[in-house]
Design a protein around this ligand. Structure first.
Ligand code: IMP
Length: 201
């Protein structure tokens, strides 16, 4: 069997890496920037998912040969005017602190009748410093009255996808990876790559 092409994820989020590996690991051999300590920290100064995904992918791709993929994602809550959106990872005041983010979400959603929300994922693919493509995925759902479950990461204990009665954190990784915003964006990516020769980019 020939070796899988290598793909570096422009993320330090071990949960994202694990999910992307579970879904895409049969097509690429996947690592992330935690394995390359000399790579720069990329500041997410954009105001949209695609801007931040591009910043991360191109910022890393300038420094390493081969395939680089960035994921920028977040939760949009209708009753909060689309917040936390691109600021999902620092909603609670501290970057990457999921407990604080969830506590703020609880606080802001107290007494709100409209619970509708969605996760969005934008994937940006680059190779050898060149932009290759952008891929999108969305999953619609609602914010649970009470958080529950230990699985997944981030807002998963709060988010009930359409068609279900319990949050992603309770549904488990197999269900999450069959319907999530990330899974859908990865599907679009694999569809794009399907009829292409990966050596020819
Ligand atoms: P990013 O690293 O700037 O893309 O921020 C992503 C943030 O969005 C995460 O820190 C989470 O708060 C949230 N998020 C994105 N995807 C998911 C998911 O699959 N489940 C739960 N929260 C997510």
């Amino acid at each position: 069997m020939s070796e899988l092409p290598k793909l570096i994820l422009a993320t330090r989020n071990a949960h994202k890496t694990e999910e992307i590996r579970q879904i895409l690991g049969n097509k690429f051999s996947i690592t992330d920037v935690r394995s390359f300590p000399d790579l720069p920290e990329i500041e997410e100064t954009g105001t949209t998912f695609v801007e931040n995904a591009r910043l991360k992918a191109m910022g890393i791709s300038k420094h390493v040969p081969g395939w680089v993929l960035a994921d920028d994602s977040g939760l949009e809550v209708d009753a909060l005017g689309g917040a936390p959106g691109v600021w999902s990872s620092s909603f609670g005041g501290e970057e990457g602190n999921h407990a604080k983010n969830n506590a703020r979400l609880d606080q802001e959603m107290a007494g709100k009748e409209n619970r509708s929300a969605r996760f969005r994922c934008t994937l940006f693919l680059a190779k050898d410093g060149r932009e290759i493509g952008v891929f999108y995925g969305t999953v619609e759902g609602r914010i649970a009255a009470e958080a529950s479950g230990e699985g997944g990461f981030g807002y998963d204990p709060h988010f009930i996808p359409d068609g279900y009665e319990i949050p992603l954190a309770e549904l488990g990784s197999e269900v999450k990876n069959s319907l999530s915003h990330r899974a859908k964006a990865i599907s679009a990516l694999t569809e794009f790559l399907e009829d292409k020769d990966l050596e020819e980019f």
